[in-house]
Every structure is written in structure tokens, then in C-alpha cells.
Design a protein around this ligand. Structure first.
Ligand SMILES: CC(=O)SCCNC(=O)CCNC(=O)[C@H](O)C(C)(C)COP(=O)(O)OP(=O)(O)OC[C@H]1O[C@@H](n2cnc3c(N)ncnc32)[C@H](O)[C@@H]1OP(=O)(O)O
Ligand SMILES: O=CC(=O)O
Ligand SMILES: [Mg+2]
Length: 533
């Protein structure tokens, strides 16, 4: 059902959905699909071919064919756009109504309104996200909780700049088809926000700003740039008013940072060090290559191990050389009701943000409103009154391909506790995602799609590379099955009666398939999406 030729909406229409699923939005989706979806599928095929080449013994390196872009010192990205000059603390989180208001009232400089890692793409979430953003920009948003607590926005001049993160190129949107084909989740999220809010943002002196996730090459960035050109023309806003910060969160993209900035240069607002997906991608990219690329327990891999340090140092150096913001990532610690754990979490945030600020990052992320001030204090100490530190060029940084690939220098062990944590957290997260909730606090840590991907990939890698745990037990199918059994029993006992109303059987089956299957699946969220209505 739709009034636009060739476009079908197969998902149910909820309250006010017609305000977002307008003919103008559907026309843009159709145009983007017809002009760009073929290239999107080619890029996904290129990813598969690269993985095969790596499995056959290949490696990653800076690209010879784009050396001239890296060697040309003359180009810069566009100057920072209004609202994106001072980004010292950015809140992230889902776009449901309550969290939208809480994020906008958090005191952060920017808010990453997430349709990606922190969101589960339930059809309602896909449409309600842009609807809530539209109501925020119109200042008509409010919310009353079931307990009777009312929420409304602070004055305009205290609100963060909105930056929307659409889904990655790999995810389809099955509830909107064009010419009988599933559409791209990325292009749907982009189009729905651009049409409902793009012109309003330009009229209020800012622009439609985006974070672009999980790209694996500069050619994927070129595809986004082409979508931006089409989108700006479609909604009648000047070229260059769209801005995008690209997450460098895949291993191949770390070798193409300059090229990614170059492709998007008139629309660029910097790069971000997305550490969690980066770790996932490191495991995924060299998953069959044995000890050289096998990582220890997830919680023991810090930002200061050599390969992570090389990646963040190179990101700051690259961004500032090109006049672009370098944005830091997410420390997963969230506040706790236990005072000792709470103090530990806040110390961890201070340590993480202080290191980033001293390294030259222009700002960083927090997952919880309670952590905004702590991160702000860390950046204030380094930035003072300056809005950013784009002038800190970091010419002392000289990172080589070998530095980026130096995974084997990572200290740490693979332990039974690490295996159990991966299994338990992975299953709990998948269960929550299947019910439509894409971020969860588990054991004092923020968990989202990226962290869950690490958990299931580590189990697969340990099993398929013959890893032995620190206590001498080999990781076998039987051991993983036993751990799954025991961890699910522990979850069931902790949840009590609530367990029966969850989607635990589905979550367990999916996690087991992902962890034990002979074939490694590129994304957990793709088969999970198939299990969604
Ligand atoms: C790898 C990456 O991509 S990182 C970026 C993507 N991930 C994220 O953005 C995760 C964002 N964080 C979250 O979603 C949440 O903090 C969670 C799910 C981890 C924990 O949320 P909760 O369990 O609700 O935490 P808690 O009970 O401490 O929250 C206290 C209040 O803060 C609000 N809050 C917590 N986190 C956020 C957030 N990120 N955005 C807006 N509000 C938030 C809660 O809604 C709650 O509000 P209320 O008091 O009005 O009811
Ligand atoms: O998106 C951020 C990440 O760390 O992954
Ligand atoms: Mg990510």
C-alpha cells in the first residue's frame, strides 16, 4: 500500500506513521533505490571477495591505487558546520520518546540519535525514530511515563546538535519495497530523517547531520556521497548542508581513512573511532588465521594495547591533517546503584576521556546522561575555551600497516569466565534485540549490537582455531554447548516468572548457530532481522 509508483509499504501503519511515510519520503526512497541499490549490492559482494582473499593468506595494506590522494597535501574537508564546531561531549542512544527527551536534556554538545548499534530495527522503531526527531525539532515532543513522570524539553539554546546514525549498508528494510525488492535500511533511515527534518534543520541554521557506520571502503563512502547529492536536491536544500562523520570501525576502513574523508569532503564532519565494531571487525577479518589474530577475553582488551593505540593515533593524525574533527569512542561503563561499582565506572570514564583529550581528539561519546559532566570535565581540562583542537596536528604520529596489524602483541588470556561472559551477554542481548530493544545495561556495562558481535565472534574464533583456556580446557563444541546450557539456566533462574514471556528460545538458538556453525555469518543482526515480524 502506497501512493507512489512501485513502492509498497508491507509493515502495519501505526499512529501518525503517515507523517513520516509521506509521498515525498517514499519518492526519495524509490529514487535512491533505483539509482544506488545495485552499487550497494556490488559493494557488499566486494566485501565477500576481500574476506575470501584474506582467508587465502592475503593481508590488509594502504591502497596503492589511491596513493595520490594520501600524498596530496593540498585538500581539506569543508569547514565545521554550525552546531558541529564544539563537539567535546556527545551523548548516544536510541530514539524512543523518553530517551530522545532525556538525551536532548543531557547537557551534551551533540546527540547521536541512533538507528544503528543501539537500535533494534523493529518496524515501529524505524518510523517512530524520525517521528520523535521531527517532534523534537518542532518542540512538540513530550512524554508521560506509566508511573506518571512527565518529560519535556529544555530551552532551545541548551539542546545538543542532532546527528542521526542510519543502519549500515548490509541491512535490508523488508517493510518497504521498491519494484518488488527489499530496500536498503541505510537509505530508508537516511531518507525518512532527511525528508521529515532536513529542511527544518537548515531553516533553524544547522543541517541534517549523520554518523555513517560500518563502512569497509572509500567506495562505500562514495555511495553515501552520491546519496547526499540526490537527497539534497530532492528536499531542496543547498549542497553541503548535509554533513557526515564516518565511523572508522572496520579493519579495512582503517587503511582508507584519508580516502573516506576525501570522498565525502564537501559533506564531511570528521571521523570517529568506533572501538567496539573495530574489535569485532578485527576478529571477523582474520578469523581463520590462528594465534596471530586471536584476541584474549573481551574485557581485557584495552584502548592502550598496541593495535588499538595505532588505530586511534592514526585517526587523530589523519583528521587534523585534513581539517576534520577526530571523535573518540564509547567507554562501556554505565552508572551503578552500588557505590563502589559506581565510583569504579566514573573513574574509568575519566581515564578514557582524559586519554582521548590528551591524544588530540576533539570530543568523545558517553552512553548515559549521568556521565556527560564527567566527560565534559576531562575535555574542558585540555580544551579550555577552545571549541576543538583541530590545530593539534600530531605530526609526531607515524603509524604503519604493520602497527595496525600487530594484534599478536595484545596481552591477556582466554579464560572460562571470558567464555561464559560472552555466552551469557550475547544471549541476553539477542533476546532484548528481538523484542525491539537495541541497547541494554548488563553487569554494569552498556551492551549493543557491536559488543554482542564481539561476544559471538570470539566464541566462534576460539572454537574454530583450537584455542585452549587458561585452565587447560580446550574450547570444543561440547564445552560451548555445556556453557550455553548452564548460562541459560542461570539467566532463567535470575529472571524467575519473567523468563517465560521473553524470546529466550530464539535467542539461544540464534546464538548457538552463530557461535558453533562451520560457516561464520558476517552479521548477527542479519539472521536476527529475519526472525523479526
Ligand atoms: C558501540 C556503540 O555504538 S556505542 C553507541 C551505541 N550505544 C548506545 O548508545 C547505548 C546508549 N545507552 C543506553 O541505551 C542506556 O544507557 C542503557 C540501555 C545502557 C542503560 O539504560 P537504563 O537501564 O535505562 O539506565 P538507567 O536506569 O541508569 O537510566 C537512568 C535514566 O537515564 C536515561 N538514560 C540512560 N541512558 C540514556 C541514553 N543513552 N539516552 C537517553 N537517556 C538515557 C534513562 O532513560 C533513565 O531515564 P528516567 O530516569 O527518566 O527513567
Ligand atoms: O559504533 C561504535 C562502536 O564502537 O562500534
Ligand atoms: Mg559501531
Amino acid at each position: 500500500m502506497s501512493t507512489v509508483d512501485g513502492v509498497e509499504i508491507t509493515g502495519p501503519m501505526g499512529p501518525r506513521f503517515e507523517e513520516v511515510l509521506t509521498p515525498q519520503a517514499l519518492e526519495l526512497i524509490a529514487r535512491l533505490h533505483r539509482e544506488l541499490n545495485g552499487r550497494r549490492l556490488e559493494r557488499l559482494q566486494a566485501r565477500t571477495e576481500r574476506v575470501q582473499a584474506l582467508a587465502d593468506g592475503g593481508t590488509l595494506d594502504f591502497l596503492p591505487e589511491t596513493a595520490s590522494i594520501r600524498e596530496d597535501d593540498s585538500w581539506r574537508v569543508a569547514p565545521p558546520a554550525p552546531g558541529l564546531v564544539d563537539r567535546r561531549v556527545e551523548m548516544t542512544g536510541p530514539t524512543d520518546r523518553k530517551m530522545t527527551i532525556n538525551a536532548l536534556n543531557s547537557g551534551a554538545k551533540c546527540w547521536l540519535a541512533d538507528q544503528e548499534d543501539a537500535n533494534s530495527p523493529l518496524w515501529e522503531n524505524v518510523v517512530n525514530g524520525p517521528l520523535n526527531l521531527m517532534d523534537s525539532i518542532d518542540r512538540t515532543i513530550d512524554f508521560t511515563s506509566p508511573q506518571g513522570k512527565s518529560y519535556e524539553l529544555k530551552p532551545d539554546d541548551e539542546l545538543p546538535t542532532i546527528i542521526v546514525r542510519p543502519r549500515g549498508w548490509h541491512l535490508p528494510e523488508k517493510h518497504i519495497t521498491v519494484d518488488g525488492e527489499q530496500t536498503s535500511g541505510s537509505l530508508v533511515d537516511f531518507a525518512l530523517y532527511l525528508v521529515s527534518c532536513g529542511k527544518k534543520q537548515v531553516d533553524r541554521g544547522q543541517g541534517p547531520y549523520f554518523y555513517l557506520p560500518k563502512m569497509e571502503s572509500h567506495l562505500e563512502a562514495r555511495l553515501w556521497n552520491d546519496a547526499f547529492v540526490i537527497g539534497q536536491e530532492h528536499v531542496g536544500i543547498p549542497r553541503g548542508t548535509i554533513r557526515a562523520t564516518c565511523l572508522i570501525e572496520t579493519y579495512p576502513a582503517a587503511f582508507e581513512m584519508e580516502e573516506i574523508l576525501y570522498e565525502l569532503r564537501e559533506h564531511s564532519s570528521g571521523l570517529n573511532a568506533g572501538r567496539w565494531d573495530y574489535l569485532f571487525s578485527v576478529i571477523k577479518t582474520f578469523r581463520t588465521r590462528g594465534a596471530d589474530f586471536t584476541l584474549p577475553d573481551r574485557n581485557s582488551i584495552t584502548m592502550t594495547v598496541p593495535f588499538m593505540r595505532a588505530y586511534t593515533e592514526l585517526l587523530v593524525r589523519t583528521c587534523h591533517k585534513r581539517g576534520a574533527h577526530a571523535m573518540g569512542g564509547m567507554s562501556a561503563f554505565i552508572p551503578s546503584k552500588d557505590p563502589a561499582k559506581n565510583e569504579f565506572a566514573f573513574n574509568k570514564i575519566t581515564e578514557d576521556k582524559t586519554r582521548e583529550a590528551n591524544d588530540g581528539f576533539d570530543g568523545s561519546w558517553v552512553a548515559h546522561p549521568g556521565m556527560v559532566q564527567t566527560a565534559m570535565d576531562a575535555f574542558d581540562k585540555v580544551l579550555g575555551d577552545r571549541p576543538n583542537q583541530l590545530d593539534k596536528l600530531r605530526e609526531d604520529v607515524h603509524v604503519t600497516a604493520a602497527d595496525l596489524l600487530n594484534v599478536k602483541a595484545t596481552p591477556g588470556e582466554v579464560t572460562e569466565a571470558g567464555l561464559r561472559a560472552n555466552v551469557s551477554v550475547g544471549i541476553q542481548y539477542v533476546e532484548s534485540w528481538l523484542r525491539g530493544s537495541g541497547a541494554a545495561g548488563i553487569n554494569g556495562l552498556m551492551e549493543d549490537a557491536a559488543t554482542a558481535e564481539i561476544s559471538r565472534s570470539q566464541v566462534w574464533q576460539w572454537l574454530h582455531n583450537g584455542v585452549t583456556l587458561s585452565d587447560g580446557q580446550p574450547v570444543t563444541t561440547e564445552l560451548v554447548q555445556r556453557v550455553i546450557e548452564e548460562e541459560v539456566a542461570a539467566i532463567a533462574s535470575a529472571k524467575g516468572d519473567a523468563y517465560s514471556s521473553g524470546r529466550w528460545d530464539d535467542a539461544r538458538a540464534l546464538f548457538t548457530e552463530m557461535a558453533l556453525g562451520d560457516e561464520y555469518n558476517d552479521f548477527l543482526t542479519v539472521p536476527a532481522y529475519e526472525r523479526m515480524p
